[in-house]
Design a protein around this ligand. Structure first.
Ligand code: B12
Length: 477
């Protein structure tokens, strides 16, 4: 039995959260490596467990842990700090560790945000985590990214196998495993995203290792679905096509969803994806107005062609019965009401199945965030801040942007207002059904039920909207 007893936590964005979308691969990778080294380790996904502070405090008290490590994301950093403070209150001798994207961006300055962190780790920690636990030499590790990810192990999902990750937005996707085929973003130019600031290069895993992991997920662990959470899954690349062919060859028919870009799709790739079990795609269209597309640096080519690129991707998805979830941004810096409306109007008629509008926020480290600071519109402490007219970056208040986003969501997704879309979606889901029929059967009714809930007026009535604005994690102005 090891002397060390380690607890790794993925934080919730609010207590009691039961987010059943993606498995916390960061802490799972670290837990897998510690376990392989014979260290007693527990991985806890508090964004999915639905726990409240009392339950966590009891768990920590009874667990007699020597180390507790928490992932820090910018948006939910305060709750992660509260967890680390709780740990020190329970037992000041426990070594506290912090890692994850927010630490990667903040580096040593993280200690000024949270004084109870004993060891902070920026970057990818797999190669160093054992030493950091067993023989730490410093308070701050700047590990950057791992150049060669081919030797990394397959994540041990037994830590979280009791949780069913089965929801993607409002779609029921069946008991799912999350997976990564590549790390980093191959595009890294979007000016609204904090990804470029993370300075993490794009790297690919070995196709054989990926197939091995899919085999375990399908045949040993008996998951019903996979979500590939690569930043952008390159459907048209040779690499992806090779893996898809292998998946088909090995008879691995487990369905999967991917996050991709509209300009990374070609017909050969999408038809292969369908044959390999691909059932859904998530795409960020962000806007269809060339000026805004340029401001975001979203399109790889001429922004005036973006519209056509999207239309082509949606056509192909429709042809091969792949469900499309498209997201866009509402109220970017200087975006006018007319420009917002143009994207909403486009989405109402586009061949997409589910649409997700997001109010614009200045993401920490993104170019648009930096630009607003340079212009004196935001200050350095305002990371992850929703756009608001008080900054002089938009004519809308944050509340108005949320209202526009929620109304747009209702307008586009409502089954009553857009029956044709649901007929198309029903057809896709029906055609996707396996001969055994165990998949997809309950997806459609669930989808219909959920979209009735998102009306702004309802949110206003039951106070949910209020909660958005009372968000304790919003950085102080
Ligand atoms: C899947 C995903 C999600 C999923 C689930 C997250 C999960 N359970 O892991 C969902 C959809 C829920 C989600 C939500 C959000 N996400 Co997200 N998400 C991702 C994504 C695509 C993959 C995460 C992943 O698995 N990475 C792979 C693992 C191996 O890497 P890792 O998590 O970074 O972990 C490594 C290191 O960070 C470090 N590490 C991590 N934790 C710890 C802990 C300790 C103690 C130590 C020592 C080291 C360490 O070691 C790990 C192994 O190398 C990333 C982008 C990315 N590619 O990382 C964005 C990302 C993490 N998300 C991001 C954002 C902004 C969000 C949201 C705010 C988005 C929103 N609009 O609401 C929310 C916030 C959720 C919250 N709880 O606050 C940002 C975070 C930026 C930041 N500075 O915090 C990222 C980086 C994307 C981006 N464009 O910038 N997300």
């Amino acid at each position: 039995m090891s002397e060390e007893k380690v607890l790794l936590i993925f934080p919730p964005s609010s207590w009691g959260q039961k987010n059943r979308f993606a498995q916390p691969l960061g802490i799972l990778m670290l837990a897998t490596i510690l376990k392989q080294e014979g260290i007693d380790v527990t991985a806890l996904d508090l964004s999915a467990e639905g726990w409240y502070p009392k339950k966590l405090a009891n768990f920590i008290t009874r667990g007699f842990f020597t180390h507790v490590g928490v992932t820090i994301l910018t948006r939910s950093r305060k709750i992660s700090y509260n967890i680390l403070e709780m740990v020190k209150r329970i037992n000041p001798n426990i070594t506290t560790l912090a890692g994850g994207p927010h630490v990667t961006q903040m580096k040593e300055t993280i200690f000024s945000e949270c004084s109870v962190i004993d060891i902070a780790v920026a970057g990818e920690a797999e190669l160093n985590i054992v030493d950091i636990i067993r023989k730490p030499t410093k308070k701050f590790y700047d590990l950057n990214y791992i150049e060669d990810i081919k030797s990394l192990p397959i994540p041990d999902r037994s830590f979280i196998r009791h949780i069913k990750y089965n929801r993607l937005q409002n779609i029921w996707i069946g008991d799912s495993a999350s997976m990564k085929w590549a790390r980093g973003c191959s595009w890294r130019r979007c000016r609204f995203c904090s990804r470029p600031a993370l300075d993490i290069n794009y790297r690919r895993r070995d196709p054989e290792e990926i197939i091995k992991e899919i085999t375990i997920i399908q045949n040993e662990l008996k998951y019903k679905n996979i979500i590939i959470i690569d930043d952008n899954f390159l459907i048209k690349s040779k690499y992806t096509k090779e893996i898809l062919r292998l998946k088909i060859k090995e008879g691995l028919d487990i369905p999967f969803w991917v996050l991709t870009r509209a300009d990374h799709i070609d017909e050969e790739g999408i038809s292969l994806m369908r044959r390999a079990g691909g059932v859904g795609i998530q795409i960020g269209l962000e806007s269809v107005v060339p000026r805004i597309v340029d401001m975001y640096q979203k399109a790889s080519g001429d922004s005036h062609q973006w519209h056509q690129t999207l239309a082509r991707a949606f056509e192909l998805a429709d042809k091969y019965q792949i469900v499309i979830i498209a997201s866009f941004i509402v109220g970017g810096p200087s975006e006018s009401a007319k420009e917002i409306q143009a994207t909403i109007d486009y989405c109402r008629t586009a061949k997409v199945d589910v649409v997700q509008p997001f109010p614009f926020r200045f993401a920490y480290g993104s170019e648009l965030w930096r630009e607003a600071i340079q212009k004196g519109q935001l200050n350095q402490g305002q990371y992850d801040t929703f756009n608001d007219k008080s900054y002089g970056t938009t004519v809308f208040s944050t509340e108005e942007l949320f209202k526009i986003a929620l109304e747009a969501q209702h307008l586009i997704n409502s089954p009553i207002l857009n029956l044709k879309r649901y007929v198309r979606l029903g057809r896709k889901l029906f055609k996707q059904m396996s001969p055994l029929g165990y998949r997809n059967v309950i997806r459609l009714p669930l989808l219909l039920r959920n979209f009735n809930k998102v009306r702004y007026s309802n949110l206003e009535k039951n106070g949910t909207l209020q909660k958005f604005f009372e968000n304790p994690y919003k950085a102080p102005a």
